[in-house]
Write a protein that binds this ligand. Structure first.
Ligand code: NAP
Length: 247
């Protein structure tokens, strides 16, 4: 039930961090994996190199915040593998600052990269999933979208937007055998959190009941489960993976 042999997965932002861990997990479960990245080609190729045969890989550059590039990414996946069974909307950025001083471009860029990108990719993969009456759309949100976070008005709004997008898509697509879910991590040890600095991370750790940051492969294992047939009856859900932080 956990085996995904023969399925095709597309992971956005799979060049590093959580996206890379998800690509490796899905590869290990037998998927062919499309590895999307924005600017870091060497790192994306390193993700591909870590996925063992017989799983096949395709590395594809696209800025998924732009609709045309997102649909180009899906077209490349379809050309290479004939279908997309699993979409993981993972690409994301932060541009933090207090709302009073937040430049309009920082609001727009964070909303486009974290929220509009998920709509762009979900729209582009649907035809393939509808045809086969099976699909999984899994997005990576954040506890910031559930609790809010000072200095992250743009990011919190984008991640909260993913909650509504997930539920609307889940209702639209359930009759066709496609499930749509949102994983909302707390603080996970990646480049994104490393940029916060040690002092802030020590304060954050004190707020986490399990008293540590999460690991990218802990997020990946949940995504792997949600992609599998074992999770066939789970849709429209927001699952926090945060060491108890948001309870
Ligand atoms: P990360 O290490 O900063 O990696 C971000 C990834 O997104 C990279 O692969 C990057 O590609 C890609 N990306 C950025 N903008 C893109 C665009 N416009 N088009 C395509 N790809 C793009 O981040 P992470 O910590 O792994 O986070 C992954 C996801 O989890 C994000 O959605 C983030 O908001 C969410 N999340 C993270 C945490 C955490 O604590 N780390 C907590 C909650 C939620 P390049 O390498 O080519 O730049």
């Amino acid at each position: 039930m956990n085996d995904l042999t023969g399925k095709v997965a597309l992971v956005t932002g799979a060049s590093r961090g959580i996206g890379r861990a998800i690509a490796l997990e899905l590869g290990q479960r037998g998927c062919d994996v499309v590895i999307n990245y924005h600017s870091n080609i060497a790192s994306a190729q390193e993700t591909a190199a870590q996925i063992a045969a017989p799983s096949r890989t395709l590395v594809h550059q696209a800025d998924v915040s732009i609709a045309q590039e997102a649909s180009g990414l899906v077209e490349a996946a379809l050309a290479a593998f004939g279908r997309v069974d699993i979409l993981v909307n993972n690409a994301g950025i932060t541009l933090d600052g207090l709302s009073m001083r937040m430049p309009e471009e920082d609001w727009d860029q964070v909303l486009a990269t974290n929220l509009k990108s998920a709509f762009n990719c979900a729209k582009a993969v649907q035809r393939s999933m509808l045809r086969q009456r099976w699909g999984r759309i899994i997005s990576i949100g954040s506890v910031a979208g559930l609790m809010g976070n000072a200095g992250q008005a743009n990011y919190s709004a984008a991640k909260a937007g993913l909650v509504g997008l997930t539920k609307a898509l889940a209702r639209e697509l359930a009759p066709r055998g496609i499930t749509v879910n949102l994983v909302a991590p707390g603080f996970i040890a990646t480049d994104m959190t490393a940029s916060l600095g040690e002092e802030i991370l020590a304060k954050v750790q004190a707020l986490i009941p399990l008293q540590r940051l999460g690991k990218p492969d802990e997020v990946a294992r949940l995504v792997g489960y949600l992609a599998s047939d074992a999770a066939a009856y789970i849709t429209g859900q927001v699952i926090a993976l945060d060491g108890g932080m948001s309870m």
